[in-house]
Write a protein that binds this ligand. Structure first.
Ligand SMILES: NC(=O)c1ccc[n+]([C@@H]2O[C@H](COP(=O)([O-])OP(=O)(O)OC[C@H]3O[C@@H](n4cnc5c(N)ncnc54)[C@H](O)[C@@H]3O)[C@@H](O)[C@H]2O)c1
Length: 207
């Protein structure tokens, strides 16, 4: 099935639905209505129905959505029904924590290679992965068909790492370094930053 081009806002909401539905699966809940999903996610049920209707008629009147079916459909839409290999660059405190989390994930999306420049770290194991020198990046991206790069290096090195990931053929980058990066228009860049989130929260909690 060829999926239609969908807005970024919808692409961002689909993983939220997916995670909620997978929690329902864990509880052996077979069907769910848009109203119940809306309650769990603190979202408008009409918005949820609209988002999901965009990809086909998943729900049934009076029954709602079949959880297993919807999980599979959303995975298909997000292209999570096939393997997505991720490279992690920077095997420091944050990089190792993220790699350890990776070992418990049920998804086909997983960290397939880890890189660093520190000679003391290269050759050591993180779970089942051996930390490789950054110079192995290009070869490894080809070998493992890596599509996404995660950057967990200190800020001054992040742009250089992004450039290498792009050069190697990576099409998505998740940047954790506290710096704005430049990438070509065909590369999707997202940033995750606990500090800016805390700064924004600080505004709301003052007396
Ligand atoms: N987004 C967030 O919420 C968040 C939270 C914590 C830390 N951070 C950021 O994540 C980054 C890593 O933090 P940390 O605490 O893990 O640091 P760390 O010093 O423990 O680890 C950084 C690692 O990057 C490696 N490195 C340095 N230059 C490299 C290069 N050019 N190529 C490959 N590897 C290289 C280092 O050898 C080291 O192993 C920093 O930029 C930090 O500011 C972000």
């Amino acid at each position: 099935m060829k999926t239609p081009k969908i807005s970024e806002a919808v692409v961002r909401r689909l993983p939220v639905y997916l995670r909620c539905l997978q929690l329902l699966q864990d509880l052996n809940i077979r069907t769910v209505s848009s109203y119940e999903l809306g309650q769990k996610l603190d979202m408008n049920p009409a918005q949820i129905r609209k988002d999901l209707a965009y990809f086909g008629e998943f729900g049934r009147k009076g029954i709602g959505y079949e959880v297993d079916y919807l999980v599979e459909k959303i995975k298909q839409i997000l292209k999570l029904d096939r393997s997505v290999n991720v490279a992690l660059v920077g095997a420091g405190h944050l990089g190792i924590a993220l790699s350890n989390y990776n070992r418990y994930t049920k998804e086909k999306l997983s960290i397939a290679a880890i890189f660093d420049t520190d000679p003391e770290k290269i050759g050591t194991l993180v779970g089942s992965l051996t930390i490789q020198h950054i110079d192995e990046l290009e070869r490894s991206v080809q070998e493992h068909d890596i599509r996404i790069g995660m950057i967990t290096v200190p800020a001054p090195y992040a742009q250089g790492v992004a450039d290498r990931l792009v050069q190697a053929g990576v099409k998505g980058i998740l940047n954790f370094a506290p710096v704005s990066l430049l990438v070509p228009p065909d590369v999707h860049l997202r940033s995750a930053d606990v500090t800016t989130e805390l700064h924004a929260l600080a505004y709301y909690i003052q007396e």
